[in-house]
Design a protein around this ligand. Structure first.
Ligand SMILES: [Zn+2]
Length: 131
């Protein structure tokens, strides 16, 4: 059997995200992507956390957060499925992945709000009126 190329042509009709791009970044473009790339996401989501550290430098914190939320949804679905199928060890594994995403999210927020604070300070000092 040859490996099918069908999957690589998948594209999100809402934001235009392609499977190839999703594979590179590990980030969803929008909520619709979650449905389009769901299968792929389930396979790659566990490897994504490391990538996010690099990716987030080029995307906004909001985008990262949105993507993390979607990835959590994927994991939570898997978690429920694992419970339904009584795959206990898998469920525990998935649960710890969800916790990791939570931690990443918290750290991102810390970084993002620190940046914003610095930005605000700059704005205020620029606007300072000497007269
Ligand atoms: Zn999309």
């Amino acid at each position: 059997m040859t490996e099918s190329e069908n999957g690589a042509q998948k594209k999100c009709p809402n934001c235009g995200m392609t499977l190839a791009r999703f594979r590179r970044s590990g980030l969803f473009g929008c909520a619709e992507c979650y449905h389009i790339f769901r299968e792929e996401a389930e396979r790659t989501v566990l490897k994504v956390q490391g990538k996010l550290r690099h990716v987030q430098k080029t995307v906004s914190p909001e985008e990262v957060k949105r993507s993390l939320d979607l990835q959590k949804k994927v994991l939570q679905d898997r978690y429920r499925q694992a419970l339904n199928e009584e795959k206990e060890s898998e469920a525990i594994e998935i649960e710890s992945e969800i916790e990791k995403l939570d931690l990443i999210e918290k750290n991102d927020f810390k970084e993002a709000s620190a940046e914003r604070e610095a930005e605000t300070r700059t704005k205020f000092s620029v606007r300072e009126d000497p007269a």
